[in-house]
Write a protein that binds this ligand. Structure first.
Ligand SMILES: [Zn+2]
Length: 133
């Protein structure tokens, strides 16, 4: 399920959706000056990562969905695992988790969005090499 060639591979490893070799992001997820900065195109296969201006606005819907799932999961887990947790503590833990995870979730939503629109091609690198010679 997570092998090369699946969208999960690209999403989990933050790799180019097209060839799954090149890096998708400019730097590490928690490099706060470059959070979510995407390369213009793949360094390995030349696939464009920005199909049109504002392409990644759609990733906000993905981020929203992930955020809702995260909040519900945390809320359920904390309620089940601990007795008598006050609402204040519950909210504080959830807000803190979201703040800490925001750079990761932001990047995650972008690569999921890119994977919806950029298809994988196992021959992407071969095709590029043929074109170059
Ligand atoms: Zn690529």
């Amino acid at each position: 399920m997570f092998e090369k060639g699946t969208k999960m591979y690209s999403i989990r490893k933050f790799k180019c959706p097209h060839c799954q070799e090149g890096d998708f992001f400019v730097s590490n997820v928690y490099d706060l000056r470059h959070v979510g900065d995407v390369h213009e195109s793949c360094e390995k296969c030349d696939a464009s990562f920005t199909k049109e201006p504002g392409f990644y606005f759609g990733a906000l819907y993905v981020a929203y969905g992930i955020g809702v799932v995260l909040i519900l999961t945390l809320w359920a887990a904390i309620s089940l695992l601990f007795d008598n947790v006050s609402t204040g503590v519950l909210i504080a833990v959830i807000v803190l988790s979201i703040v800490v995870l925001t750079p990761y979730l932001f990047s995650l939503s972008k690569i999921i969005w890119a994977n919806i629109f950029i298809p994988y091609d196992s021959k992407a690198l071969e095709l590029k090499e043929k074109g170059a010679h």
